[in-house]
Ligand binder design. Structure first.
Ligand code: LLP
Length: 414
């Protein structure tokens, strides 16, 4: 059986009992299923097969080398948002021509590195950035491949912290400003304008925002073509949501692909996507040990675990729901419990008022769908070491990243 399943009630990942991994690694530990990553990448790729496309995995979702390497082996390209992510892409074996560089606020050093490498596209965010790129490209005597990030003024409908496509956000440029800038860019010798880019948000669960975004880019590409500016690609970013709760309505990958394909059909543009969460989110669980049980004043329980907001920030930052299960559920009557971490903040709550089987100190819980924006957003707050990560592949598991030690954590201090 592949993915996360139950065997005689206990949670199993690709045939390996999660309990067996935790017994060796200790907790908290992120456990990833390679087969889930493979299956989801292939499903998205297959859904788009009718049009020329490239899937640039958004490294920010999970930047652990074993995961990024896996995606490269599957045929993905990469989307890097910082010098660190660019280095991850290179160390995972991507060639520069497979990498797009995105992000607001790329530093001069980051731009120079991207230009020297000759990445597939630098997604530019402002006229100032274009000037800096041109200057650096001229200095390096190397033509920079650039795409322009458009802000299409679309409300993606997801949490306001992760909706990036409406005009009040810091991301991209309006169609009007970008059009003018693109005409000017086409005349600059050290720039090669390759495409248009957008990313309107993350965890999007409706089709309409994707459709409107794609239509905006196509309309702009067509008007540029009328001016003699011919583009190679449109990059529709990431954003496809996943079901964190059973029966949560989401857009299917096939519906999403249909919108993407409709947009580019009849053009000679290659479509680029930057999926992150959809591929790796469901491929990971965070395994944690119960360290204390406290009564809530209303008669429920606080189940205190050894993972917290430093290991999974999403509930604290976005009020996000992650399903929480006992790894080996005990029989008996369900309890109501807040599952809380050890960090000194009330927001350090992984799940509020959940129904759980009877729990004892020492039991293992699994927090589901943590493969994206889980380990990637970890911090050392409260001087807590970063958790271990393990990946299961073909019935065998190995460490993907060892647990940080206290010495690792303190080594930069003077
Ligand atoms: N491309 C760009 C330019 C992005 O900024 C992002 C995500 C992606 C692609 C990938 O989006 P995805 O397919 O994963 O939705 N920490 C938040 C999510 C922040 C997303 C940031 N940008 C969370 O945990 O929900």
């Amino acid at each position: 059986m592949s993915g996360f399943t139950r065997d005689a009630h206990a949670l199993v990942c690709d045939g390996v009992p999660v309990q067996a991994i935790a017994a060796e690694t200790g907790t908290p530990v992120h456990v990833y299923s390679a087969s889930v990553i493979d299956a989801r990448y292939r499903q998205l790729d297959a859904a788009l097969q009718a049009v020329p496309h490239r899937l640039h995995y958004a490294i920010k979702a999970n930047a652990t080398l074993a995961i990024v390497r896996r995606l490269r082996a599957l045929g993905a390209r990469a989307d890097a948002n910082s010098a660190g992510e660019l280095e991850v892409a290179l160390r995972a074996g991507f060639s520069p021509g497979d990498i797009v560089c995105t992000g607001v606020g790329k530093t001069r050093e980051e731009l120079a590195r991207a230009i020297a490498l000759g990445v597939a596209a630098i997604n530019v965010e402002s006229p100032g950035e274009v000037d800096r790129i041109e200057h650096l490209a001229a200095e390096a005597r190397s033509i920079a491949r650039v795409a322009v990030r458009i802000n299409p003024d679309i409300d993606a409908g997801s949490h306001r912290h992760i909706s990036t496509g409406h005009r009040a956000t810091k991301f991209g440029m309006s169609v009007a400003d970008a059009t003018q800038m693109l005409r000017d860019m086409a005349r600059r010798p050290w720039l090669k304008v390759t495409g248009l880019h957008l990313h309107i948000g993350s965890q999007i669960t409706a089709l309409e925002p994707f459709k409107r975004g794609a239509e905006t880019l196509i309309a702009l590409a067509e008007s540029l073509a009328d001016d003699g500016i011919r583009l190679e690609h449109i990059d529709l970013g990431g954003g496809l949501g996943i079901a964190y709760q059973a029966n949560q309505p989401i857009v299917s990958v096939e519906e999403y692909a249909a919108v993407v394909m409709d947009a580019v059909r009849g053009t000679d543009l290659t479509v680029l996507l930057e999926p992150g969460r959809w591929i790796t989110g469901p491929a990971g669980v965070l395994v944690t040990t119960v360290v204390d049980l406290k009564r809530r004043p209303d008669g429920g329980w606080f189940v205190v675990v050894d993972a917290g907001m430093t290991d999974l920030l999403r509930p604290a930052l976005y009020d996000a729901w992650h399903t929480i299960e006992a790894v080996s559920p005990r029989p008996g009557e369900a309890i109501r419990a807040d599952v809380v971490g050890p960090v000194c903040e009330t927001s350090d709550t992984l799940g509020r008022d959940r129904a759980l089987p009877p729990i004892e100190v020492g039991d293992l819980l699994a927090v589901r769908d943590t493969g994206a924006y889980g380990a990637a957003m970890a911090s050392n707050y409260n001087r807590r070491p970063i958790a271990a990560e393990a990946i299961v592949d073909g019935g065998k598991w190995q460490i993907a990243r060892r647990r940080q030690t206290i010495d690792d954590m303190l080594q930069w201090d003077a």
